[in-house]
Design a protein around this ligand. Structure first.
Ligand code: RIB
Ligand code: CA
Length: 301
């Protein structure tokens, strides 16, 4: 399958990208950045840091996206991801992002329009770029095979307010547009991602088997994620975005529920009457997911 990934790296976004690049059967046809965890410029810098670290082949084209949500000021998540968005390590090599003249929304539309097979769009941050693409090319976007979104909190508490999940909280207006779009939407909310927890010892054991610069760097930038999740009472690090990528590749990793969701003014997702507008990931086959995640994250160098 071929996928476009829209992302706001972000520690878990970084793990999701590394997982995607290590997944056989998935070609990452393009990557776009969006403001979310950090400002969009820093999200782009982080993406190029990861491209330089992992050097995926083929190297995917990149486009930068929205600097602000559709209708409200940006709220970032630097308290979790660090000021730079990747754990504030002091020694990343300098990067010099090369970007096309078009923005992420036009890039997504161009890639979708010219794809030789229907693409899967995987959204790992606020839905601002996807909403812009819908506004500019609603019909084109309906050529996508699926849109897999990490976001929402349906029957569980939020992680940025008592009821709202971060990605939908940052840009609720964009989330409304995507949910009302009629796209084939697979939502991977906190209801599912909170089951997808990797413990430090398992990650350390995996990285120790694949020593090298990539393993060392993964151990370093995930340190903050483990620490903050532990402070919030989790016995490991929650793999929000890697689960969304895993589910895009293998939908059988979760049990789905078709339902209709609405998005409130602060990004709260709640069930609503009427025909389904998405599928929601409910129960995760955690052992199978974690086995694939740990196997693909860091190839032997
Ligand atoms: O709520 C989790 C989501 O918010 C993840 O995508 C994480 O990267 C943050 O963006
Ligand atoms: Ca993210």
């Amino acid at each position: 399958m071929q996928a476009l990934i829209d992302t706001d790296p972000g520690i878990d976004d970084a793990l999701a990208l590394l997982y995607a690049w290590g997944s056989p059967g998935l070609t990452v046809a393009g990557i776009t950045t969006v403001a979310g965890n950090v400002e969009v410029h820093d999200a782009t810098v982080n993406l190029f840091r990861l491209l330089g670290l992992r050097r995926p082949q083929p190297e995917p084209p990149v486009a930068q996206g929205a600097a602000q949500p559709l209708a409200r000021p940006l709220v970032t998540a630097k308290g979790y991801h660090g000021v730079d968005g990747l754990g504030d390590l002091p020694d990343w090599p300098a990067v010099h992002p090369s970007l096309p003249a078009i923005d992420a929304a036009d890039f997504i539309l161009d890639m979708t329009r010219h794809a030789t097979e229907p693409l899967t769009l995987i959204a790992l941050g606020p839905l601002t770029n996807v909403a812009h693409a819908l506004t500019r090319g609603h019909e084109t976007l309906h050529r996508l095979a699926r849109v897999v979104v990490m976001g929402g909190a349906v029957d569980v508490p939020g992680n940025v307010t008592p009821t709202a999940e971060f990605n939908l909280h940052v840009d609720p207006e964009a989330a409304v547009r995507v949910l009302d779009s009629g796209l084939r939407l697979d939502l991977v909310p906190l209801d599912a991602t909170r089951q997808a927890v990797v413990v430090r010892a398992d990650l350390a054991r995996t990285l120790a088997r694949r020593p090298g610069p990539l393993a060392t760097r993964i151990a370093a930038f995930t340190e903050r994620g483990f620490r903050v999740d532990a402070e919030r009472g989790t016995a490991g690090m929650i793999l929000h975005d890697p689960l969304a990528v895993a589910v895009a590749i293998d939908p059988t990793l979760v049990q789905w529920e078709s339902t209709r969701l609405t998005v409130g003014a602060d990004g709260t997702t709640r069930r609503a009457a009427g025909p389904p507008n998405c599928r929601v990931a409910r129960v995760v086959d955690v052992p199978r997911f974690l086995a694939a995640f740990l196997d693909r994250l860091c190839p032997a160098s």
